[in-house]
Design a protein around this ligand. Structure first.
Ligand SMILES: Cc1cc2nc3c(=O)[nH]c(=O)nc-3n(C[C@H](O)[C@H](O)[C@H](O)COP(=O)(O)O)c2cc1C
Length: 211
């Protein structure tokens, strides 16, 4: 079967998005390492997921074998988004930080895919993920610093996404933070500089590898 990766993007900016620009570099490196890679794209800004409504909330407690047509419809987006996750041997999430956490479209996607008895189970010892672990790369762009000693704001995004992914069963997660990039310089050049060393550490190029 062809190797498959899923790219989930959340920036409402399509032209000068830092997180989207860096995500393309990560995808480029994945394609280099796995020629023939099939890329599924879930662009949450271009097509926002539906908000959780009453029909969804009722349908999610009904076992699949007993769901009627209306309940299946209420869960249709969720099923499609989960199917993409199930196919993906690698996952890339690219997102801006919005008000210390994930943008609303990414939160809504999470509400659609993190589903009791579908992608996780609740046990007396806590929640257990039902999806397979796979290498996952999370690219976070923020206007200010959010890591290290320079941070002057809380970061609810990183621990939140870590918890969400772990609850799905995804524990092999690498974060790449693009923080406070200058606005008056060539974005592509700056991002290239920042992403290369991260890529060389987490996704080394196979081009110059010795046989
Ligand atoms: C509504 C909104 C909220 C934001 N909240 C934060 C924030 O809490 N912390 C921060 O450092 N930057 C914040 N920013 C700045 C963005 O994270 C930053 O511009 C980032 O580069 C956007 O990602 P993109 O270039 O991929 O679109 C916010 C931007 C917007 C539009």
């Amino acid at each position: 079967m062809r190797p498959t990766a899923l790219l989930v993007e959340a920036s409402p900016r399509f032209g000068r998005s830092q997180s989207r620009t860096a995500a393309e570099k990560v995808v480029g490196r994945l394609k280099e390492r796995a020629p023939g890679l099939r890329l599924l794209r879930r662009d949450l800004a271009a097509e926002p997921p539906p908000l959780i409504d009453e029909a969804f909330t009722e349908a999610m407690y009904v076992p699949a074998s007993r769901q009627d047509e209306r309940q299946r419809q209420a869960l249709a987006y969720s099923e499609a988004a989960i199917a993409e996750l199930e196919q993906a041997g690698a996952l890339i999430i690219s997102t801006p930080m919005n008000n210390f956490t994930v943008p609303a479209v990414l939160k809504t996607w999470i509400d659609q895919v993190l589903r009791l008895e579908r992608t996780f189970r609740s046990t007396p010892d806590g929640k257990v993920g039902l999806l397979a672990d796979r290498p996952t790369y999370v690219i976070v762009a923020s206007g200010g610093y959010i890591t290290g000693e320079r941070a002057r704001q809380p970061d609810f995004l990183t621990p939140y996404l870590e918890a969400v992914l772990a609850t799905l069963g995804i524990k092999t997660v690498q974060f790449f933070h693009l923080e406070r990039l200058p606005r008056d310089q060539d974005l592509a050049v700056i991002i290239d500089e920042q992403v290369q060393s991260w890529l060389d550490c987490h996704l080394p190029s196979t081009k110059n590898a010795s046989p």
